[in-house]
Design a protein around this ligand. Sequence first.
Ligand code: AMP
Length: 422
Amino acid sequence: MSYQKVKGTHDFIKKDASTLEAIRNVFNRVCERYSFNSHYVPTMEYSELFSRSVGEGSDIVRKEMYTFMDKNNRSITLRPEFTAGIVRSIVENKLYATEPLPIKSCYFGPSFRYERPQSGRYREFYQGGVECVGTTSIQSDIEVLALVVDFLSAFALRDQVVVKVNHLGGEKTRKAYRDALKLYFSPRVAFMCPDCHERLDVNPLRILDCKVEEDQQIIKGAPTIDQFLSEKEKGELEKVCESVKKLGVHCEIDHKLVRGLDYYTGIVFEVHPLRGDVTQGAILGGGHYHNLVAQLGGPDLEGVGFSFGVERLMTLLSELAIDVRLPLGKKVYVMPLSDPCYNYASDIAHTLRINGFVTEVNYEGGKIGSMFKKAERLSMDYGVIVGEDELSRGTLQLKNLATQEQVTIKKEDLISTLRKGH
Ligand code: AMP
C-alpha cells in the first residue's frame, strides 16, 4: 500500500520550505515595524463562527468548508480564513477592555477550503495577514495598505503588482445597491446557474462572485456600486487610491471588486500580479469591516485587515526568478560622479533602503578610484556608479565588489538584479 498526500495539499521541501520561512520572517519584520503583535488562534472553530461572519451566501460557507461533527456532536470547521477567528479571540478575551485601541494582531498559518484544486488554488494553503480592530479613521485603512506595499517591496514586487480598491459603502449605500441588484437580476436569474438563484435571496452581491462562464454576460450588465456611493464615500475612495499611488505602486479603482466574504463594508482591496500567471487570482485581499466585532458579541468597534496567500506569492516570485532566501541587508555603496547626479543617487539609495539594503551614498566627490577604496574600507558588497550618461538614460552601473563583475542596468531593475544575486 502506498500513501499519497490528500488532493489539493502539498509538501514544502527544501527550497520551498526555506522560501516559506523567509516569507514568514520578512512578514513578521514588517508587521513589527507597524506595531502589530503576533496572534495565534486555533485551526478549528465552531462552525457557526464562519457562517455568521463570512456569510451564509458566500461560496466559502456554502461549498468550501471542511466541517465535521466531533465526538460530542458539535459542528467543527477547519478555518477557511483567519479574520473570524482573530476577531472571535479579541472579543472572547475582551482585549478591547484591557488593551489600548486599536488592537493590532498579525498571524500566519494554514487555512482550508474545499476548492477544485488548480494552479493557485489548494485545499490547504498558507495565509499571513493582519487585523487592526478599534479604529474609525480611513487613515488606518491607508496604513494597512502601506504595510502591504512595504511587505511586497521587500521582495522587489512593487512594480510587479496592481492594487485594486473599491468602496462598498455604508449601510444606506449597500441597501440601495442590494435593491438595485435584486431589481436587475430578478428577471434574469432564470437564465443563470442554480447557485445564483440562491444568492439572489441570501445576498445578491454574491452573484457578482459567480465564476460560471455562461453567467458572465448578464453579470457584466449589472449596476455597479459607484452609482450609489455618497460624496463622502467617493472622496474616501479617491483618497485611499491617491495615497497608495504615492507609495509608488500601481493602484486603480475597480467598482466590480466586492470580495467573497460578507463582513466587508467600506474600503476593500486586492493585489493582483501585473503580468505572469494572472489566472491564479489575487495574491492578497482585505478591507474594512464595521459590524463584524459586534456581530460576534463584542462592542461596536470597526476593523480593517488583509490576508495574503503564501503559495500564490511564491508562484509569482518564482515566475520573476526572485529568490527571497538570499540574505537581506547586503551593503551597497552609491557613487554619484558629479553634482547633477546627486538627486538621482539619493533616489536610488531610497529604493535600496526601503528594500532592506544597507546603503551609503558618497556625496563627498573625489576620484572614482578613491570612492572604490572607501567602499572597500566600509566592507560594501556592491557599488552603484551613476554619472551624467546614466542619469540621462535612466540606467546605472552595478559592480559586485567581490567578483569585480560590472553590468549596466536600468534603474528600475536594480532591486531584482541584486535579489537574483548578481
Ligand atoms: P480571500 O480573503 O478569500 O480573498 O483570501 C485571501 C488570499 O488567500 C487570496 O488573495 C489568495 O492569495 C489566498 N487564497 C485564497 N484561497 C486560496 C486557495 N484555495 N489556495 C491558495 N490560496 C488561496
